[in-house]
Ligand binder design. Structure first.
Ligand SMILES: Nc1ncnc2c1ncn2[C@@H]1O[C@H](COP(=O)(O)OP(=O)(O)OP(=O)(O)O)[C@@H](O)[C@H]1O
Length: 588
């Protein structure tokens, strides 16, 4: 029997086991049109049972045929079929944390069954939401919503993903603004498991995105897909835009039971890093920075591919049997973990759990019976035809509810924290910009000619310096929220890089100008000495003036200081003439 459900005040760590809930979808219009009958499911808020054993459609057909041909021995009578009801348990009732009928909305499902998991993730704890059920039972509808646009042009129904993202970012933003010094950073990845291959759905289809290797974390934090892209995201809208784009790369197919059937398992992972000031008095050591504690929680939302009965005529046999195989291994893992749970054996002890038998169980190992707050949604098709598979699904849920898992905050060191790394990079960039600013200012100070180097350049430089200053100031003043909002981080870092590039180009220009100016002034000096020498040796002023006429090489008359050098030449010519007249010639 399942342990009692969590109370409203259940702590963020969860009920200490996988929480399970069930959703029965309505009969679809095409099913009604085909004459599908409803199975007599009886639902309460926490239980689901069959009022009576109903014959499946196939069985009914068989029966009709049998009754029509009483002599046919191989066909079963109604009584015999009823006796075949081996699937009924003695009490024929499954207890759940929550049971949702066909009128329940996805929002209700989310709020009652999964919201706490998302809140725990915002506190830096691991969490998982998994949807399991036979094909066409409503897993994707519950997880991702309905993609079909409504007649009014609005998007279709929202899925658990939409509500989870809205909650997660609202929670994180609330925390960042309520607690000074609190910061967060969210990274997203999205992959599919298709026929035992892990494909990155955030990357374009290509060699780098397909068939990623699943590796074991050397620090004992489960398994990961090597090379899976993690994108820093800052809002629910951003995640949803990436998700929608990525969905186009997912393997789906039209099957007998579902127009758009998922042929792969998908894992949307949100890695939530929260950094907050350590509570209480912290003695000030050598490190002047206030002490921060950083937690990283991984929230994974899994839409499992539907298991399917392989019958004659089943299309996509290889895909379907691969799906069934990985779900079989998932079932085995759950069975072992449940056995451990019922014996009260926690953690790594007890029987061997075959996590390594499939990539799905490897990737989910932390969330199944480890440090995670995990919730399972099983979805059922209401049709009488599907009763056997629905009962199998319920048995899976019942086993899963015996799996122990306890979420604890995952603390990480400074070295593992991306927030801390970002802060360091930004500090480095600030320092680089500051030293560049100082260098440019030194170069730009009034030089030998006694006038500013270049008015336009100076004005541009000043404007740039002011912009930089504003950026540096805003980043320091905004403190936590600056680092917290990753898009702003991206913008600021890009702006800093851009400004650095501009400053470096300006610096190179200033240096070139300065060199040319030095050369011109030296030339003028040399010509002046030469002209004085000529005059002293008794030649006339015309010869000296012609030497001075070419004094100071001006590489390009458009440079700002060219007129000044030319003016200087003229003045020198006049001065020389005056000096000659007065007999006072400069020495060498
Ligand atoms: N609660 C619901 N209310 C209305 N329609 C639903 C509901 N659940 C599912 N449906 C509809 O049922 C059909 C099958 O649902 P969905 O694709 O979500 O099934 P699935 O379990 O993900 O199947 P598969 O494993 O083949 O991908 C879809 O047309 C979907 O819109």
């Amino acid at each position: 029997m399942m342990p009692p459900p969590p109370s409203d005040t259940a702590s963020l760590t969860g009920p200490g086991r996988v929480s399970v809930c069930c959703r029965v979808r309505p009969l679809l219009p095409n099913e009604v049109a085909q004459g599908f009958q409803r199975a007599p499911w009886e639902l309460t808020a926490r239980s689901i049972s069959l009022r009576e054993r109903q014959l499946t459609r196939a069985e009914s057909e068989l029966l009709r045929e049998g009754e029509g041909h009483a002599s046919t021995k191989s066909l079963k009578t109604r009584g015999e079929l009823r006796n075949l009801d081996h699937l009924r348990r003695p009490d024929d009732e499954t207890i759940m944390d929550h049971v949702f009928g066909e009128r329940a909305t996805t929002e209700e499902v989310y709020r009652l069954a999964f919201r706490d998991i998302v809140h725990a993730a915002a506190e830096g704890m691991n969490g998982a939401i998994l949807a399991y059920g036979q094909t066409s039972s409503g897993k994707t509808f519950s997880i991702s919503g309905s993609t079909a646009a409504r007649a009014d042009g609005e998007m279709g129904d929202k899925g658990i993903i939409h509500f989870a993202l809205e909650d997660l970012f609202a929670e994180l933003q609330g925390k960042a603004s309520a607690t000074s010094g609190s910061e967060y950073l969210v990274r997203m990845s999205y992959c599919e498991l298709y026929m035992e291959r892990v494909n990155d759905l955030l990357r374009k289809i290509g060699p780098q995105s397909q068939n990623l290797t699943v590796k074991e974390d050397p620090e004992g934090r489960g398994f990961y897909a090597d090379g899976l892209k993690e994108k820093i995201v800052s809002s629910a809208e951003e995640v949803l835009a990436l998700f929608t784009e990525a969905e186009k790369r997912r393997r789906v197919a039209h099957t007998r039971y579902n127009e758009v059937s998922s042929r792969s398992h998908t894992l949307l992972t949100l890695c939530v890093e929260c950094s907050m000031p350590l509570e209480g008095d912290v003695p000030l050591g050598e490190d002047p920075e206030p002490a921060q504690v950083t937690r990283i929680g991984r929230l994974v939302i899994v839409d499992l591919a539907g298991n399917e009965r392989l019958e004659a005529g089943t299309e996509y046999v290889a895909e379907s049997s691969s799906i069934n195989k990985s779900l079989f291994f998932l079932g085995k893992v759950i069975e072992k973990l449940a056995a451990r749970g019922s014996r009260g054996v926690a953690g790594e002890e007890g029987d061997h759990v075959p996590f390594r038998d499939s990539k799905l169980t490897r990737l989910l190992s932390v969330h199944l019976g480890g440090n995670s707050r995990t919730g399972l949604l099983v979805t059922l098709t209401p049709a009488a035809d599907a009763v056997e598979q629905s009962l199998t699904t319920l048995r899976f849920a019942q086993k899963a509810a015996e799996v122990r898992c306890v979420a604890k905050p995952v603390l990480v060191s400074k070295e593992q924290s991306l927030i801390v790394k970002q802060r360091e990079i930004i500090a480095q960039l600030h320092n680089q910009v500051k030293s560049l600013q100082e260098e440019v200012q030194q170069r730009a100070s009034p030089q030998l000619s006694g006038r500013p180097v270049e008015d336009d350049l100076a004005a541009e430089r000043q404007q740039c310096a002011a912009q930089l200053q504003a950026l540096v100031l805003s980043s320091t003043e905004q403190g936590s929220s600056f680092v917290s909002k990753s898009r702003e981080v991206d913008t600021v870092v890009t702006a800093l890089h851009r400004n650095m590039d501009v400053l470096q180009k300006q610096k190179a220009l200033v240096v070139d100008n300065m060199k040319a100016l030095y050369k011109a002034v030296n030339d003028v000096n040399a010509s002046l000495a030469h002209a004085a020498e000529v005059l002293r040796s008794g030649q006339d002023t015309a010869a000296a003036a012609s030497i001075l006429a070419s004094a100071g090489s001006v590489p390009d008359t458009s440079v700002a200081w060219a007129p000044a050098v030319l003016e200087l030449r003229e003045k020198l010519q006049l001065l020389l003439a005056a000096a000659k007249d007065s007999g006072q010639l400069p020495e060498g």
